[in-house]
Design a protein around this ligand. Sequence first.
Ligand SMILES: C[S@@+](CC[C@H](N)C(=O)[O-])C[C@H]1O[C@@H](n2cnc3c(N)ncnc32)[C@H](O)[C@@H]1O
Length: 233
Amino acid sequence: MCKKTASETLKTSDRCKAGSRASASNSRWSQALEPLYWDQRYASSELVWTGDANHTLVAEAEGLLPGYALDLASGEGRNAIWLAEQGWSVRAVDFSSVANEKAIRLAKSRHVDHKVDFETADLRVLAPGLQCYDLVTLVYLQIPQAELNPILVKAASAVAPGGTFLLVAHDSENLEHGFGGPQQAGMLYTAAQVVAALGGELAIEKASRIERPVETKEGIKIAIDCVVRGKRL
Ligand SMILES: C[S@@+](CC[C@H](N)C(=O)[O-])C[C@H]1O[C@@H](n2cnc3c(N)ncnc32)[C@H](O)[C@@H]1O
C-alpha cells in the first residue's frame, strides 16, 4: 500500500529517548545517528546546506516525467522543493523535526508547499510502501553500512515499475582525496557497496564515482561523491 502521508512520525518521547542515548556518547559518530544531533545542528543557523538542489540530482532527474517522488533524509528540503518545482508531488522524510520546520518554510517561500509533504520519521523504522513511487531519492545519507543497507532495500522496494532510484553520497575516497564530508570512514561508502545492497532488485543504469567542485574561501575544492541510479523494469 502506498502512503503519501506521515506513517511513522516520531513521538516526542521517542525523540527524547534517542536524545538521551546520543548525549551518553561523546562520539560524534554515534551522535550523528540520532535526531537530537541533527535538530541541534539545524537549529544553529538559517540554512546549514544551500537552498539549491544537489547538482547531480538535478542532472539525473531533470529528464524524468514528474510523478510521485519519495525523498529520504530530506534535510532542509532543497532537493524535495526543487522536485516540486519541476511538477513532482513529493513525500520528504527526515527524522529531524527542526529540519522539517525549516523545509516547510522554504517550500512556502518558493510557493510549492502544497506539492511537498514533509514527514518526521526515522528511516530505520519507516515502511515507505511497495512499488509506489516514480522516483526515490537519497542524497547524503551517511550512516554505517549495517544501518544503511536495510534502508536501501526499502528504498528500492518503493520504486514503482518504470520508476527510478537515485542515490548521491560522499564516497569513501573522499576521506583521503576529497573535500569536506564526514571524516569517519564508516560513514562513507561506494557505489559498488550500494549496488550490492540493492541485491539485483533494480536494473542499474549508473554506479560511479564523480567529482563535485565546491566553492570555498580558498577557491574551488573537489569533493568526491558516489552516484547510483537504477530503474525498475
Ligand atoms: C547530510 S544531511 C542531507 C540532507 C539532504 N538530503 C540534502 O542533500 O540537503 C543528512 C540528513 O539525514 C538525516 N538522517 C540521518 N539519519 C536518519 C534516519 N535514521 N532517519 C531519517 N533521517 C535521517 C539527517 O537528519 C539529515 O537531515
